[in-house]
Design a protein around this ligand. Structure first.
Ligand code: SAH
Ligand code: SF4
Ligand code: F3S
Length: 450
């Protein structure tokens, strides 16, 4: 039988979907990248803002005709919207047979087998577990072949309850994964050819600091992972400014394979708004962290998340966000209009910022960021950078030339062309020296250097 998985949301969802794919392949199922060919369609959802949540509804609307044509089609909905809505999904979409929450992921493959053998069955897996939802490590070389970069979960959930955020409700409380398990998975991935590992958690800096921790801190874990022979690159996400330690910052100057890049969500530049958000740091604390990071690694790429139009945000608060963006000079940022999420504290906060004001602020912020992003990328012009080749680009091909895509250590995508006869030395998973010859609005182009 063939399965298709559509994934929305963050890297944690991508990691969950990849695990489900691997586990299904190891049980003899076949992966397909075409919905129309699938006997099983799964969608892994995100509810961090209203927009990603709506993607679920349009997706289910789109696949409904396949179910009409083939009533044996198994449709499953998982992830954060599933956790949030639970069995209400069945009321609106009765053709869905499987609903799985974020702690339900390890049980999905065996549940699918059950659904196949009993066509009248519908199953929901929605309980939060009182343990890290550990799952078998499955390495499917067929799936890994085109993935030199692997995501490895080190924890589940979040305890921070930032006022706007639904994640603690959809992913539950923080549960650290056993460090030995993390290391075992990383080692097995590297043995199978993975070159880069990204350690994942909603707040990686607090890894180990919950009742599930085994005494290994995030800094210790990072050092242990970095020693795995053959692992060329390590990244991690997401860091929280309130929990980042000097010890972690110093590791950027000590571990050769730790990439010079950090995603450090600021969210807002006004201390008043940061307080309302419950972020537990001041903008001055944030600036101090940035100074330290740049002292340890001058070239570190710093990215962030920003929210505009949080309830009560005044024009002067927003100006402070712009001011922070200019002061820090983020290499890039993700910025969002505040979106009310059911059950969060901010949902009940007033006054709400009108939609048109949010749009105007977002645009102004993004224009400033676009300039900064270009400025940052221009620093790479004419530089030679090490690129880990991650895939072929979808960019148009010239005859006799193959187009590749990869990332430089800072995490930015680099596109380059290679003559067909050179292709044996450039392949997915190889690291090549690329001279950046062109900087476009959101992308870098270069050529191979010996
Ligand atoms: N754990 C990470 C990120 C969580 S969600 C952290 O603590 O930063 C990813 C991003 O979505 C957040 O950083 C935030 O900028 C944004 N986000 C979360 N809830 C939101 C909401 N209700 N409205 C708009 N943006 C939101
Ligand atoms: Fe959400 Fe805050 Fe937790 Fe990040 S730290 S997942 S923004 S509650
Ligand atoms: Fe979205 Fe859930 Fe990730 S809400 S951002 S998929 S943790």
């Amino acid at each position: 039988m063939k399965f298709f998985i559509r994934t929305f949301g963050c890297q944690m969802n991508v990691a969950d979907s990849f695990w489900i794919s691997s586990a299904l392949v190891s049980k003899g199922f076949e992966v397909t990248y075409q919905e129309k060919d699938a006997d099983i369609i799964l969608v892994n959802t995100c509810s961090v803002r209203k927009k990603p949540e709506e993607k679920l509804y349009s997706f289910l609307g789109r696949i409904y005709p396949y179910f009409k044509k083939n009533p044996e089609l198994i449709v499953g909905v998982g992830g954060c919207v599933a956790q949030q809505l639970g069995e209400k999904i069945w009321k609106k979409f009765p053709f869905v047979r499987l609903i799985f929450g974020t702690d339900g992921v390890p049980y999905v493959p065996q549940t699918i087998t059950k659904l196949i053998s009993t066509p009248s069955l519908k199953i929901s897996l929605l309980d939060f577990k009182d343990f890290y939802p550990e799952r078998d490590i499955v390495i499917e070389e067929e799936l890994l072949n085109n993935h030199p970069v692997a995501y490895v979960n080190i924890m589940q959930g979040c305890n921070n309850f930032c006022a706007y955020c639904i994640v603690p409700y959809t992913r539950g409380r923080q549960k650290s994964r056993h460090s030995e398990k993390v290391l075992e998975e990383c080692k097995r991935l590297v043995d199978a050819g993975v070159k880069e590992i990204m350690l994942l958690g909603q707040n990686v800096n607090s890894y180990g600091k919950d009742k599930y921790g085994d005494g290994v801190s995030f800094e210790d874990l990072l050092v242990k992972v970095s020693k795995i022979e053959g692992l060329k690159r390590i990244r991690f996400t997401t860091s929280h400014p309130k929990d980042i330690s000097d010890k972690l910052i110093e590791l950027f100057g000590k571990l050769d394979n730790l990439c010079p890049a950090i995603h450090l969500p600021l969210q807002a530049g006004s201390n008043r708004i940061l307080k309302l958000m419950g972020r537990k740091y001041l903008k001055e604390d944030y600036l101090r962290i940035i100074d330290k990071l740049r002292k340890v690694r001058e070239d570190i790429v710093i990215t962030t998340d920003l929210i505009v139009g949080f309830p009560g945000e005044r024009e002067e608060d927003f100006r402070e966000t712009l001011d922070m963006v200019k002061r820090v000079e983020f290499d890039s940022s993700f910025s969002f209009k505040y979106s009310d999420r059911p059950g969060t504290r901010a949902e009940k906060m007033e006054p709400k910022v009108p939609e048109e004001v949010k749009s105007k602020r977002l645009k102004e912020l993004q224009n400033i960021q676009d300039e900064l992003t270009l400025k940052s990328m221009n620093k790479l012009h004419n530089q030679t950078v090490e690129v880990l080749v991650e895939g072929r680009s979808s960019k148009q091909l010239k005859k006799g030339v193959v187009s590749f895509r990869g990332r430089e250590p800072g995490g930015r995508v680099v596109n380059f062309l290679v003559n067909k006869e050179m292709v044996p030395s450039v392949f997915i998973g190889s690291i090549v020296n690329i001279k950046i010859t062109e900087v476009k609005k959101h992308s870098l182009f270069g050529e191979v250097r010996k």
